[in-house]
Design a protein around this ligand. Structure first.
Ligand code: NDP
Length: 447
């Protein structure tokens, strides 16, 4: 088995050697899915995984725009259309200076499995730009988004590819992108998700990824007859996912003690309660400030520069910032301090070595492709409402989200339960996600 996996990975490395994040994501899937393929004749010998690691289409384009001082700026835009076997491409847009083909290919590859897990008919894609929104005026953001969409519009559509937000792309950016799409196409369709509530957005979509991450952790804890009540929770990030993961943790009776951004983390021993969280939401979403400003408002808290929060004592850890932000030594610190549950809000925040440590200690560990799937699932619900030209209530969408997270959890149990009863959620999510896409690809022939 080891040779089969190695042979496959060598081939992928030969073609994509300069893309470390993509290789990391493929390796994690290959190690769990190849043994399953080998045991199942219908998938064996058909190069299904080799077909799945090759994007159906990779679009790269120039984005020119003029900044406030009149200078012409040039950025690179991308859309990776990874797999459309079970539905139109679906996945977010990321605006961050680190964006490149490797990062977007890893995200698009993960998205294929994640979307399959949601049980909704959505293929996988991802896109974005190396544009840095930090420090830009609203007008600069608008000009960039318009320039970006003036090329992207020809590659997407409500039945082809439906982008959403991700790091650096929130409701403000989705608004500017949607405006330009509508103008170029002269049609009002649900081509983007994460839209504003008065122009096609779904209630609960802003909350969905963070809430879903907590719902998934709640499902995991239930297998141990446990809950969030009275637990101490450590969260990284302070953006969209982190904010709503914190909100739901509080609603379930937990105490949240950390949040972070790329400059460091804050620790509040008294707990970040609802009022303090409101301050953070205003600070990050309206003022676009730094998390360090929290300690000026709440002097009992402390700010640690340039570090992540994983060495603080907690019962539950929710990594909600970015990829590869939780390393082997962080995993060791979490385990030494008694952490019993890790649910990833971000995509691939834990390194391979960190995941191995969680598995060895047999704690509850959920990979992002399962635990953060609530975001894209609710995007799917937004698409359905757009097609129906109808709007569900907050409660209706939240209940559907809860059901979807419970179903994903069930699928992970089905494919990931080991002989000793331990649930390997990585294996479960990878195989469950794979089966549906692979079956569709087999049914549709070699295309
Ligand atoms: P936001 O842009 O709203 O927030 C991102 C947060 O992560 C910010 O606090 C940011 O800090 C921090 N961050 C970003 N890059 C780094 C870095 N290199 N090092 C340390 N901190 C960093 O993004 P989201 O909350 O939407 O996304 C967070 C994660 O969740 C991503 O991995 C994303 O792919 C994933 N995700 C998001 C979904 C969604 O619906 N939004 C759906 C599923 C997954 P700073 O402000 O300093 O940059």
């Amino acid at each position: 088995m080891k040779d089969t996996i190695k042979g496959f990975l060598d081939l992928v490395k030969e073609r994509n050697g300069h893309e470390p994040e993509f290789l990391q994501a493929v390796e994690e899937v290959a190690e769990t899915v190849i043994p399953y393929i080998v045991q199942h004749d219908i998938y064996y010998g058909k190069n299904i995984l080799l077909r799945m690691v090759e994007p159906e289409r990779l679009i790269s384009f120039r984005v020119c725009w003029v900044d406030d001082s009149g200078e012409i700026q040039v950025n690179r835009g991308y859309r990776i259309q990874m797999n459309s076997a079970i539905g139109p491409y679906k996945g977010g847009l990321r605006f961050h200076p680190t964006v490149n083909a490797s990062i977007l290919k890893f995200l698009a590859f993960e998205q294929v499995f994640k979307n399959s897990l949601t049980t909704l008919p959505m293929g996988g894609g991802k896109g974005g730009s190396d544009f840095n929104p930090k420090g830009k005026s609203d007008n600069e953001i608008m000009r960039f988004c318009h320039a970006f969409m003036s090329e992207l519009f020809r590659h997407i559509g409500p039945n082809t590819d439906i982008p959403a937000g991700d790091i650096g792309v929130g409701q403000r950016e989705i608004g500017f992108l949607f405006g330009m799409y509508r103008k170029m196409r002269n049609e009002f369709t649900g081509v983007l998700t994460g839209k504003g509530m008065t122009w096609g957005g779904s209630l609960i979509r802003p909350e969905a990824t963070g809430y879903g991450t907590v719902y998934f952790a709640e499902n995991m804890l239930k297998t141990k007859n446990d809950s969030f009540e009275g637990k101490t929770v450590v969260i990284s990030g302070s953006g969209n996912v982190a904010q709503y993961a914190a909100e739901k943790s509080l609603q379930l009776g937990a105490k949240v003690v950390t949040l972070s951004d790329s400059s460091g983390y804050i620790f509040d021993e008294d707990g970040i309660d609802e009022e303090k969280l409101k301050f953070v939401m205003n600070l990050k979403n309206e003022k676009r400030g730094r998390i360090s400003e929290y300690v000026k408002e709440y002097p009992n808290a402390r700010f640690t520069k340039g570090k992540t929060p994983w060495h603080e004592t907690c019962d539950i850890a929710l990594p909600c910032a970015t990829q590869n932000e939780l390393h082997k030594d962080d995993a060791k610190a979490l385990l030494d301090n008694g952490c019993i549950c890790v649910s990833e809000g971000a995509n691939m925040p834990s390194t391979k070595e960190a995941i191995a440590a969680f598995h060895k200690a047999k704690i509850l560990f959920a990979p992002g492709k399962a635990s953060n799937a609530g975001g894209v699932a609710t995007s799917g619900l937004e698409m359905t409402q757009n097609s129906l030209r109808y709007k569900w209530t907050r409660e209706e969408v939240d209940n559907k989200l809860k059901d979807i997270m419970a179903d994903i959890h069930k699928s992970c149990i089905e494919y990931g339960t080991e002989e000793d009863g331990y649930i390997d959620y990585v294996k479960g999510a990878n195989i469950a996600g794979f089966v549906k896409v692979a079956d569709a690809m087999l049914a549709q022939g070699i295309v």
